[in-house]
Write a protein that binds this ligand. Sequence first.
Ligand code: ADP
Length: 160
Amino acid sequence: MNIAIYPGSFDPVTNGHLDIIKRSSKIFDKVIVAVARNPNKTPMFTIQERVNFLERVVKSIPNVEVDHFEGLLVDYVKEKNAIVIIKGLRAISDFEYEFQMALMNRKLDKSIETLFMMTSYKYSYLSSSMVKEIGKLGGCIGELVPAEILEDVQTKLINV
Ligand code: ADP
């Protein structure tokens, strides 16, 4: 079975993430969306909220699972018997950091491949940070996050 891991902060999951999830679920037998607990980042949403949002959003895609992890990504990938790390690429600005990460992960474990998926054009400007910024100021995020979680995301952002 070909298992792929799609890691990220998902703070919160956006339509751009969902697009990558749907497209990769057509290529791999199983895709595990893994929410990273990164001690260097201060997320807006708790790990439970981020996992819960993702679970609601991927409910209708049978070969997608949601999980969370701490520590080295390559260790987590091995633990799950996966062979591929999926990353989404938006702009040139994503490239340098992702390139460095991919090479470092290959150095740590050369049996694991990183696969980059180009964003869909309409989501190329979309990031979780943008959603948070607009949402906090009371702007409309209706086209940026999946409908299933829109109200919960909006409520939290307005009340911070
Ligand atoms: P961000 O906070 O920048 O949205 P995440 O850590 O949650 O980032 O992103 C997880 C993964 O999803 C990364 O590989 C990132 O490049 C990718 N990603 C984020 N937004 C998009 C988008 N709009 N289109 C394609 N890929 C995306």
